[in-house]
Design a protein. Structure first.
Length: 182
């Protein structure tokens, strides 16, 4: 049985090293598309660039540049999603965002994780855990969503919150770490 590539391990959420020709080519592709998206003038066809960069983009979805991601092909956005300026989506595995979500400026969504074992970190290993955000979620500016988190429909994430665990549907969470506001 042939050994799996680092990209195959990455996409499976297993320990991998961000090296090799597949990963390098995917990073170059994302950088090229993001450069065009972020520097495009008024005439740039940003919608076409997003469709090429991301796994899926729903109708009437807007991402205000600058926008940053690792690969793009692991990001799925529903319809009517609004992503404000200067957001970072680290998408080594899937990021799914439901319809009608509003994401404030400088929000960061991380799927990239690192081993707790220092020897594995020194050896350059990392892994990924998917992030899923339901429909009609509002994420305030500067919030950070950590790997493996699921946010339920209609939830609100307060500005500057650090979301370390799942958020129930309809809940409002605030703080660091984010907790349900009573």
């Amino acid at each position: 049985m042939a050994e799996r590539s680092e990209k195959e391990k990455m996409l499976a959420g297993e320990l991998y090293r961000a090296v090799g020709p597949e990963i390098a080519a995917d990073q170059r592709r994302a950088h090229r598309l993001l450069d065009a998206y972020n520097s495009g003038g008024i005439d740039a066809d940003r919608a076409a660039l997003l469709r090429e960069l991301l796994a899926s983009v729903g109708e009437n979805t807007v991402i205000r540049p600058p926008f940053f991601c690792d690969y793009g092909f692991n990001i799925r956005l529903g319809s009517g999603v609004f992503v404000n300026f200067n957001c970072v989506f680290l998408d080594v595995v899937g990021i799914e965002i439901g319809d009608l979500c509003q994401i404030g400026p400088a929000v960061q969504i991380y799927t990239a994780d690192h081993p707790r074992d220092p020897a594995l970190r020194r050896a350059g290993y990392e892994s990924g855990k998917p992030v899923r955000i339901g429909a009609n979620v509002w994420i305030g500016g500067g919030a950070i969503i950590l790997p493996g988190v699921t946010v339920g429909d209609d939830a609100v994430i307060g500005a500057g919150s650090v979301v370390t665990r799942d958020v129930p549907p309809g809940a409002t969470v605030v703080g660091n770490p984010a907790r349900v506001r009573g």
